[in-house]
Design a protein around this ligand. Structure first.
Ligand code: G2I
Length: 464
């Protein structure tokens, strides 16, 4: 008992110190004795989650474990592009809505997975390219994030966009071929659609400091320096028989970029080392104050995509494995996060959530004029997404403005890669700070979503 009081005092003192020092979070050493994964994680300011396959929600052994042990869920497949937009412009949220309803009824937060991924695209999207695909992809992000607005703790906005191996480069894909800015465009659109959700980049083979994780690190650093709205990075952590010694150091270097980090798809090859590896991952997360939660990719061994690897924490019967106990112990032994009041908590996006706007445009110096703009439309009944191409004239641009007159009854609801003035009638779109300066003939793209009909819009461009 005495022991407990001393520990409580330590937490208070450390928290006060952190506030005085102006820090947003600190770690304090506390022992605790939670008896479920979710309780032990919550005592330390974290969540513990599982990927859920929709059809398992009618399996009572499965659901009993899910609700007893996990306070976060992610759809294993039900929120992917092929599931949510099987035909272009026709959305199906049946599986996603069912999971959200389950989560809300059982006090679980929801991770959204995944708005854009080179895999699990519906056939119609796989067959697209160029600006048509860019429009379709932006529309997908906007529609899905809007549908689930206010219900998602964190979105995997972009999944697995980097190549394996030593290049540290982006992976080739139809999405990547629409232009290197596709990832930031997706983040801007997701922020506009659901300003309360944390927006994450998620990938695998990032289980230490290596070429791939460094490529991602450089992208996140660049995004943070330019104000692209990224809040978190997910480390899938599909692991084999060993854990890289710099696993924690890798999480920490991302955290030092001022993003949250999460372990998002944890599973580990069975065998002698499984329990140790699970514990090592858990300790690493606990030792990084910005590591806000751990998700295992499934509940029981027989629920796992890894089949005979027996890669999870529960046997098919529902019994806890040795790996379960090692994770629980590591949670209980770990330090707690003490967030300061100015940091939004893990479940309630607060008023400090960055606004859904694109970064302010720089004031361009006066200069030679000349640019053209063209618009391509993706319409459905009652709405549209417009993708606009700005092409610099022979003198190049320092900045540009595009004016568009909307048909009566139409209005702009979201804009990405430009700043809009007005939403009905004649709307003016100005460049943002990273796409105003164009060499002769160079192209910038921005887009906007609207309600009503967007038919017949003719953009005019002026350059400075
Ligand atoms: O591959 C493991 C994971 C890697 N990171 C991203 C995750 O989204 C991915 O999850 C897996 C699911 O666990 C599998 O369940 O993603 C696969 C591809 O989406 C999922 O497999 C698919 C099969 O490919 C489909 O044939 C099947 O219809 O599962 C679907 C539903 O059972």
């Amino acid at each position: 008992m005495n022991h407990k009081r001393v520990l409580r005092l330590a937490v208070t003192v450390a928290a006060t110190g952190a506030l005085a020092a102006g820090m947003t979070m600190t770690l304090t050493s506390t022992a605790s004795a939670g008896t479920t994964l979710k309780a032990s994680a919550a005592e330390k300011g974290r969540y513990f989650g599982a990927a859920v396959a929709g059809q398992k929600l009618s399996d009572s052994t499965y659901v009993t474990i899910l609700n007893r042990e996990f306070n976060s869920v992610v759809a294993e497949n039900d929120m992917k592009w092929d599931a949510t937009e099987p035909q272009q412009g026709r959305f199906n949220y049946t599986g996603g809505d069912r999971l959200v309803a389950h989560a809300q009824a059982n006090g679980q937060s929801v991770r959204g997975h995944a708005l854009l991924w080179y895999q699990q695209q519906p056939g119609w999207a796989r067959d697209m390219s160029g600006s048509a695909l860019r429009s379709a992809m932006m529309n997908h992000v906007t529609q899905v994030a809007t549908h689930f607005r206010g219900k998602i703790h964190s979105w995997d906005v972009v999944n697995e966009a980097f190549a394996d191996g030593n290049s540290g480069a982006r992976r080739d894909s139809n999405l990547q071929r629409t232009g290197n800015d596709w990832i930031e465009a997706a983040f801007y659109a997701a922020r506009a659609a659901d300003p309360g959700a944390k927006l994450c980049y998620n990938d695998y083979n990032t289980d230490g400091i290596n070429a791939k994780s460094t490529g991602i690190y450089n992208m996140v650093r660049d995004f943070k320096s330019r104000g692209v709205p990224i809040d978190c990075v997910g480390f899938q952590s599909h692991l084999g028989t060993s854990l890289s010694s710099d696993y924690q150091a890798n999480l920490q270097r991302f955290a030092d970029l001022d993003v949250d980090v999460q372990i998002t798809e944890l599973d580990v090859m069975s065998g002698g080392n499984q329990a140790n590896i699970f514990a090592g991952v858990t300790r690493a997360c606990m030792n990084v104050s910005r590591c806000t939660g751990i998700t295992t990719w499934g509940v029981r061994d027989c629920d796992s995509w890894r089949g005979s690897d027996n890669a999870l924490l529960f046997e098919c019967s529902g019994n806890k494995k040795a790996a379960y106990t090692s994770v629980l112990n590591a949670l209980n032994a770990g330090p707690a996060i003490t967030p300061s009041p100015t940091t939004p908590g893990p479940t309630t996006p607060g008023p400090t959530t960055p606004p859904p706007t694109t970064p302010p445009p720089t004031t361009p110096p006066p200069g030679p004029e000349g640019c053209t703009a063209s618009v391509s439309l993706n319409s459905w009944t009652g709405g549209f997404v417009a993708s606009v191409k700005v092409t610099a004239g022979s003198a190049g641009t320092n900045g540009w403005n595009v004016s568009v007159t909307l048909p009566g009854g139409a209005s702009v609801t979201n804009t990405w890669s430009a700043t809009a003035s007005g939403s009905t009638g004649t709307v003016r779109f100005a460049n943002v700070n990273y796409n105003g300066r164009l060499a002769a003939g160079q192209v910038a793209e921005f887009g906007f979503q609207g309600t009503g009909s967007g038919a017949g819009m003719t953009p005019t461009c002026t350059a400075s």
